[in-house]
Write a protein that binds this ligand. Structure first.
Ligand SMILES: *Cc1c(COP(=O)(O)O)cnc(C)c1O
Length: 371
């Protein structure tokens, strides 16, 4: 019996990808082992935090790094760092930042909800979000005009949640930031490339530990040494409410050491995906295709379309029934409004594709037999 079933919870088969709502990542055995070892011993936390920063720097090419409880905390702590520096009395005053340089300029199409609003994380760090331009149209002038003597930082959100068209590039924001002597912070929570934004000249870049990297619930900030020192210093203030444990730090560092975005072994994914596509394609009224990730990553998924006349169910109904079953099966539903959904094989445990195929047949073929 699984650990969650002992708590009376349903088993979950995750075919949707890295979803915070499903616990983000299931870590590798080596990461879990490292976390267990860390949990069973003591360490000087301040030393661990600084050592972790050096490991983060090595993995990202940054001058220094700072672990966080997640990327959301990373936004709040980065904003706080830009406002207070290492000034202890100011750090202890946050999130009240009256009278301080506290404006954070963000393009309106980047003021998104990732599970909570980005602007709220800015506010937690004592920042006042100033939204430049319109949701689907921002010009360089909008950004320049949003900046004044009270501006503490510019924030760029690199995410599928952001509006992709009509925004100004990160390069433009970095150029403006340089000219005006204002730091540029990048929220790159789910990004795979740990070096690109720093190499472009971003001052602080924020990642989630549980997304692309496949680590435990955690996160980190990488960037320029003086700003990172100011991030570390926030743990004497608002950071205390976002404390990251020794187990999570060690799990994050272990996952970072093993992480290689260039060399993700996709061959076992393909075997499972091919088998699953064959099984689902044999169900009357179901078309199952193997499609590569929209962003061109080496991820192959089974995309499913249904002929409602034959199956007697819409894709939406089927997805809901899969989620309500036991085990509960969660699919990738970004395009469900067009009647298409997909199975993502990356989070599968051995043999779970067999459970999925059996459940799909049960829901669709039984129906046909007049249920
Ligand atoms: C997921 C996400 C976050 C929050 O990350 P956590 O590690 O869950 O705190 C922040 N910003 C964006 C764009 C995200 O996708």
């Amino acid at each position: 019996m699984g650990i969650y079933q002992k708590l009376g919870l349903k088993q979950v088969i995750n075919a949707s990808g890295k979803m915070t709502a499903l616990g983000a990542s299931a870590v590798a055995p080596s990461v879990a082992q490292a976390m267990g070892d860390a949990a069973m011993d003591y360490v000087e936390m301040s030393e661990l935090m600084l050592a972790a920063g050096q490991h983060i720097a090595a993995a990202t090419g940054a001058e220094d790094g700072c672990p966080t409880s997640g990327a959301a905390a990373g936004i709040a702590i980065s904003v706080a760092a830009a406002i207070t520096g290492t000034h202890l009395s100011l750090i202890e005053r946050l999130p009240c930042s009256e009278g301080l340089k506290n404006k954070i300029v963000i393009q309106k199409g980047h003021a998104v909800h990732f599970g909570a609003p980005v602007q709220q994380m800015i506010a937690l760090g004592g920042g006042r979000a100033v939204e430049a331009g319109s949701a689907n149209h921002v010009e360089e002038a909008h950004l320049r005009e949003a900046i004044d003597e009270q501006t503490a930082a510019l924030l760029y959100v690199k995410s599928h949640h952001s509006i992709q068209k009509g925004m100004q590039s990160l390069e433009t924001m970095i150029r403006i930031g340089r000219e005006q002597g204002i730091p540029v912070i990048v929220d790159a929570a789910a990004e795979e490339d740990l070096r690109r934004f720093l190499a472009k000249g971003a001052d602080l870049v924020i990642y989630s530990g549980g997304k692309a990297i496949g680590g435990p619930t955690s996160g980190f900030i990488a960037g320029r040494a003086p700003l990172i020192a100011a991030c570390h210093a926030q743990y004497k203030g608002i950071g205390r409410a976002m404390k990251v444990g020794k187990e999570a730090i060690v799990g994050l560092l272990t996952a970072l050491q093993q992480y290689d975005p260039e060399n993700q072994d996709a061959s076992w994914q393909r075997t499972r995906v091919e088998w699953l596509a064959g099984e689902l394609g044999s169900i009357a009224g179901v078309t199952a295709n193997i499609v590569q990730d929209e962003a061109g990553r080496a991820i192959y998924r089974v995309q499913v379309r249904m002929d409602e006349q034959v199956t007697g169910r819409t894709a939406q109904e089927l997805v809901r029934l899969l989620e309500q079953g036991d085990p509960a099966i969660f699919t990738r539903n970004h395009a469900i409004n067009t009647g298409v959904f997909a199975f993502d094989p990356r989070p599968f445990h051995a043999g779970q594709e067999k459970i999925i195929a059996a459940r799909m047949k049960e829901l669709l073929e039984k129906r046909k037999e007049g249920e």
